[in-house]
Write a protein that binds this ligand. Sequence first.
Ligand code: R5P
Length: 272
Amino acid sequence: MKIIPCPSSPLLARRIAETAGLEMGNVTFKKFPDGELYVRVEDLDEGIIVGSIRSNDDIIAIALLLDAVERAKVVVPYMGYARQDRAFNEGEAVSIRAVAEILERKAEEVITVNIHSKQAASHFKKLRDLDAMPSIGEHFADREIIMISPDKGSRERVKIAAEHANCDWDYMEKRRIDATTVEITPKSLDVENRDVVIVDDIISTGGTMVEATKKLYELGARSVSAACVHAVLADYAAIKLFNSGIKDILATDTIECAFSRISVAELIADNI
Ligand code: R5P
């Protein structure tokens, strides 16, 4: 059993191999002049494919590798397309269902980290969804901080991170004042003169983080930082975050980028 890296996750694949004591498979990727992808895997009838899905090419890379390898598991650390987990309007594709079909047609098991929602997970039959919140919490262990979930939906996740960090935690609550005014405030804790870390599963456009940051500074926070599992950081999000006064962005390596300072390699290696 070898680890087969995809172009989207070369470093994480190597870290998983080292942690699990497995070898790396020898794989070649090429692009034809017309843009089509070519893959070749040497001597492999059994392997674990590791590749996040951030682009359409990432899906094709996994599909081709699944075809090339006799028996395979797939690790998709960041499962893109998971936010379209239902048809919000008539006639829309349920994108994650289509992706699930591609992955599960051949894979013996699909492993991911903090998939967007239970609804997204429900479209898979062989999915294991791992939780990186304990790793994020451990990174902040015993620091004098307060962790904040930017919305009610993420509060269970943040609670887990805070338990591992051994720190206070709270969540932002939206309260409608009148037809045109919505107030966003921490549910119960005072953030004045506190160092706050906003924790979320994903930073995509950064809009959620920016709104929460503005509010926390208005309420007297001393500093605000952002931590997430998946640093998608679309649409110049990192610039927007820093412009809003965020001191630091910390992410895992489910998406490999400059902010990936926590690795999910051990979490995945323990589960393959
Ligand atoms: C929402 O369900 C998620 O937990 C994130 O808060 C959201 O996806 C972040 O998106 P954005 O960075 O575009 O505000």
